[in-house]
Design a protein around this ligand. Structure first.
Ligand SMILES: [Zn+2]
Length: 193
């Protein structure tokens, strides 16, 4: 696909995979859907294939993304849900016309009303966000322990003690930072240069 753009951080939960198209929100933020075609790519790998996307639709997508992030963050820390974010999520949910389809081999597919249906795809994502924020699914909303990330993620681990949005990125970085700090302590601080 489009190699010059940042990779996607794909998880198993649609809504939080979507919010992870912007990472390091509290640090040097990385926008992973910088242009409309990149949203088309993300939707394709997420089972929501659309033919095209324009700038206005990308704007709607990012507005939904940040609204899900805000509402999921509030839910994770048991705060009141921000009303404007709830409004955006509900607007996208009601305006989408995607339908769940059961395949003969027992999988779920999404059928969008038209090939250009970015709004339909956003509706599916909004509905997914509603189901996790409303606590309808088995899991726990939590915030990533990385100070530069703090992404809301959905913890489905047995023990519900996952600390990072992504083990391979935030988790690894934290581990390395702790290891370096421990090494510094052992050797009596940074060498004097
Ligand atoms: Zn993280």
């Amino acid at each position: 696909m489009r190699a010059q753009f940042p990779d996607f951080r794909l998880g198993t939960v649609l809504a939080t995979s979507f919010t992870a198209t912007l990472t390091e929100r509290r640090g040097d933020a990385v926008e992973r859907i910088p242009i409309p075609d990149r949203l088309v790519d993300w939707l394709a790998v997420s089972g929501l294939t659309v033919q095209s996307c324009n700038a206005a639709q990308l704007g709607l997508a990012r507005e939904l993304r940040e609204s899900i992030h805000a509402a999921a963050t509030a839910a994770a820390i048991k705060d009141a849900l921000p009303a404007p974010a709830v409004q955006v999520i509900n607007d996208r949910s009601t305006q989408g016309r995607g339908a769940a389809i059961l395949t003969p081999d027992g999988n779920r597919r999404w059928l969008l009303s038209s090939a250009a249906g970015v709004e339909d795809a956003l509706g599916v994502i909004a509905a997914d966000a509603i189901s996790i924020i409303a606590g309808e699914r088995d899991g726990r909303l939590a915030l990533c322990a990385s100070p530069t990330c703090q992404a809301a993620f959905f913890d489905t681990s047995q023990s519900r003690t996952r600390r990072w949005c992504d083990m391979n990125t935030c988790g690894n970085r934290q581990k390395k930072a702790r290891f370096n700090a421990a090494t510094r302590k052992k050797t009596g601080g940074e060498p004097l240069a």
